[in-house]
Design a binder for this molecule. Structure first.
Ligand code: HMG
Ligand code: MG
Length: 299
């Protein structure tokens, strides 16, 4: 059966804006985060404390985070690749952090300048210290289905890295289809294998990119398998700067349209959310790729 409620982990301000050609002004980002919260999103990933040369789009994390951290009832996770990133996040009072691993060696190298093992070794003290500080820790895992350099990624390879992230102490794992090549049967196979390895669907989130238009179908397959946390990006913003063929994330509006149509509660006001994406598209100077935003927003 399907869940009665789904928690949406909104990634537009991070996964979306990290991929923009230009750097969006800090005040526009803050307004974006505030409007997402007002639209009813309770988890709004805000930014990343990564190396500013690697992701210049998010180099203003120190300026942005204090502008939004007072929002009531909203969690504002931030990405931290290493202890330096965690220190920066802790200094600003962040309560929710995420490390980000890769199921493949090629992407670990491209994204983190590390092997998979070296990246996990880098995360170990980050997760330990974050847990000691009482933070929630999400573990992203990229390239769970296919990799632009290595092709299809074997399910067992993904399960192995998931187990290691769990062993480090991550509360939640987000399974990333970084380049959007997954199809529903593959999603079901991976979730089944994870269940057999003792990782329950309740500890998982799914993170789909919509490159081949499969993100909603993949999401439905995950919901049928017991997953209740879904990552999405307002207006379908996004991609990944270190994975060339990655296009937009699943649009939050498309997701909400499907979920509400299924009678699944999200707490999101679709009208307010669409208005936010139309407003941001105006700031970015191009229309949203989301079909639902176009249908409802007159954009
Ligand atoms: P590195 O060059 O190997 O860094 O990068 P290093 O550890 O050798 O340090 C070099 C210098 O960087 C040092 O400075 C450090 O202090 C500094 P120096 O002593 O030379 O002056 N440094 C930092 N400065 C600020 N903040 C930090 C930090 N760390 C080191 N946190 C590193 C390694 C991990 C830092 C780099 O590769 C990096 O920042 N990568 C981030 C890439 C990224 O953000 N990618 C996008 C997010 S992942 C994603 O989008 C996928 C996802 O959406 C899921 C999916 O779709 O699959 C999550
Ligand atoms: Mg992503």
């Amino acid at each position: 059966g399907l869940p009665a409620r789904v928690r949406i982990h909104e990634v537009g301000a991070r996964d979306g804006l990290q991929n923009e050609q230009g750097v969006v002004p800090t005040e526009v980002k803050a307004e974006f985060v505030r409007r997402l919260a007002e639209a009813g999103l309770t988890t709004v990933e805000a930014t990343s404390f990564v190396h500013p040369k690697w992701v210049p789009q998010l180099a203003d994390a120190e300026q942005l985070f204090p502008l939004v951290s007072g929002l009531d009832g909203v969690r504002l996770p931030v990405l931290v690749p290493n202890e330096r990133g965690l220190d920066r996040a802790l200094a600003l009072g962040a309560r929710d952090v995420a490390v980000f691993a890769s199921a493949t060696e090629s992407f670990a190298r491209a994204n983190l300048n590390r092997t998979v093992d070296e990246a996990l070794a880098m995360f170990a003290p980050v997760v330990t210290r974050a847990v000691e500080h009482g933070l929630s820790v999400r573990g992203y895992l990229s390239m769970c289905f296919g990799d632009p350099w290595e092709g299809p990624v074997p399910v067992e390879q993904v399960v192995a890295v998931c187990r290691r992230l769990r062993d480090l102490g991550c509360d939640e794992l987000s399974l990333g289809d970084t380049i959007g090549v997954a199809t529903p049967g593959h999603v079901t196979r991976l979730l089944t294998a994870l269940g057999e390895a003792g990782i329950p669907a309740t500890a998982l989130a799914v993170h789909f990119h919509d490159t081949y238009g499969q993100a909603l179908a993949n999401t439905l397959a995950a919901l049928q398998h017991g997953v209740t946390t879904v990552d999405a990006s307002a207006g379908g913003l996004g991609g990944c700067p270190y994975a060339k063929s990655a296009t937009g994330n699943l649009a939050t509006e498309d997701l909400v349209w499907m979920l509400h149509g299924l009678g699944i509660d999200t707490g999101v006001d679709l009208g307010r959310l669409t208005a936010t994406s139309v407003w941001l598209a105006g700031q970015l100077g191009r229309p949203s790729p989301s079909r639902t935003v176009r249908a409802l927003g007159g954009a």
